[in-house]
Design a protein around this ligand. Structure first.
Ligand code: ARG
Length: 462
């Protein structure tokens, strides 16, 4: 009989072309959803029995067989092949081959259209938790580094030009803040993932007396979806997750860009551990920051995943369309990439040595405390625009005479403004410049330590 083995084969006269089987199959990648598919089916069977749609004994048989199938998949005992089409069909086929007609009752009041969304939601809910703990681990590492580098002074940059001195800890905690927002976004997204889709069936629900709240309770979903058509058409939660992941990758990529620059001979600000760098096949002296470069590169992959999902969705008519099968590879890729990158970056940053002496020396150059001189004059009553002009002239004088502001004599300062007094020398010290920025969010040691205390208090366990 044509298509005898296909669960949907009833109306077909000819077998599916081999090329079509291969082309339409998603089993080679959606097989990673197997545990969620089985978990969802177990809950569904229990609900069907509770509602009297199938017999209790039948549900027990189904649940026992599904549990055994799960173990066998884990042991690699079940071979999936393209004729199985997707993980839902593969498991159902296996079930029916084990328990016969009873197995055929599992798909009552359900369609693959709501089933696949269920699997993906269960998968993503778990993976978001994994990403969140990796984010937290990186944040903890940053706090540890910020504490141990609390005395390290570096030049802060704008336009990639030396701007003002800052604490390295302040720099590190800037990334902590970015990752904190990433965590907030992911938790927010998780709330929209955590919704039971089952019951929507193909698109219009079912005439059978299901109890969706019961299934939701079994699967620990706080909500059930509100519209059956939206339920099978919606992939917003995937797009949201990939967007949130894109931002995580962007943050890591920016951090990596600094580390790549800083590990160059020209900067010499950091030394990434040998264990997290690689060599060149031709130049024996090379120690390359490949891990950081690859993370920067992999940000592009995740942006690609985001583009794929956004483009996939934009022209789809209501409700389910097979195009939606293309949602999983970008999602899986984004999950895997963001997790890998967070993991390895956390390891690498923990093994990176900061060269405090080089950073300090660099912070001393470039007239990085010129703004402090301008603010010194403001304290003497000079309007800021005027003091800016005066200090600009002092800088030009220093450049012309090959002097630093530290080397200028008081009388030289006074040539530009009579009110300069001896304390100007103190005002342009890096430590003084840093510690005078003691307001909330500033780079003063006290302000940074205060932020660390706040972070530790709020997260309890860092
Ligand atoms: N493999 C499909 C997907 O990932 C499952 C749903 C298929 N539904 C259908 N009616 N063909 O979207």
């Amino acid at each position: 009989m044509a298509n005898a083995k296909k669960v949907w084969g009833g109306r077909f006269q000819k077998p599916t072309a081999k090329s079509v089987e291969k082309f339409t199959a998603s089993i080679h990648y959606d097989k990673r959803l197997y545990q969620y598919d089985i978990e969802g089916s177990i809950a569904h069977a229990a609900m069907l029995a509770k509602q009297g749609i199938i017999a209790k004994g039948e549900a027990e048989k189904i649940v026992a067989a599904l549990t055994a199938i799960k173990k066998d998949v884990e042991k690699g005992k079940i071979a999936f092949n393209p004729s199985d089409e997707d993980i839902h069909m593969a498991i159902e086929k296996e079930l029916i081959s084990r328990i016969g007609d009873t197995g055929g009752k599992l798909h009552t009041a359900r369609s693959r259209n709501d089933q696949v969304v269920l699997d993906v939601r269960l998968f993503l809910r778990a993976e978001i938790d994994n990403v969140l703990s990796l984010l937290k681990a990186l944040q903890s590492q940053l706090v540890r580094s910020a504490k141990s580098e609390i005395k390290t002074i570096m030049p802060g940059y704008t336009h990639m030009q030396k701007a003002q001195p800052v604490l390295l800890s302040h720099y590190l905690l800037a990334f902590w803040e970015m990752l904190e927002r990433d965590g907030q976004r992911l938790r927010d997204c998780r709330g929209r993932v955590d919704i039971l889709p089952l019951g929507a069936a193909a698109l219009a629900g079912t005439s059978l007396p299901i109890d969706r709240s019961y299934t939701a309770k079994l699967l620990d979903f706080p909500q059930v979806s509100k519209n059956s058509m939206d339920t099978v058409a919606d992939r917003d939660f995937i797009a949201e997750f990939i967007f949130a992941s894109s931002l995580v990758m962007m943050h890591l990529s920016r951090f990596c860009e600094d580390l790549i620059l800083w590990s160059s001979d020209e900067f010499g600000f950091v030394e990434i551990s040998d264990a997290y760098t690689t060599g060149s096949s031709i130049m024996p002296q090379k120690k390359n920051p490949d891990v950081a470069e690859l993370i920067r590169g992999k940000a592009a992959r995740v942006y690609g995943d985001l583009f794929a999902i956004m483009t996939l969705l934009k022209g789809l008519p209501m409700a389910y369309n097979r195009d939606l099968q293309e949602d999983k590879e970008p999602l899986f890729d984004a999950v895997d990439t963001v997790k890998d990158c967070l993991q390895i970056f956390t390891e690498a940053i923990g093994q990176t040595k900061f060269n405090a002496a080089r950073m300090y020396a660099a912070a001393q150059g470039g007239f990085s405390t010129a703004t402090d001189v301008a603010e010194y004059l403001v304290r003497k009553g000079v309007p800021f625009r005027e003091s800016h002009e005066i200090v600009g002239k002092i800088v030009a004088y220093c450049i012309k005479n090959k002097k630093t502001m530290d080397e200028l004599l008081l009388i030289e300062y006074q040539k530009f403004y009579k009110g300069f007094t001896a304390d100007i020398k103190e005002s342009i010290k890096l430590e003084k410049a840093i510690n005078s920025r003691s307001h909330k969010g500033g780079t003063a040691t006290a302000a940074v330590l205060e932020r660390i205390r706040e972070i530790e208090k709020n997260s309890g366990n860092i």
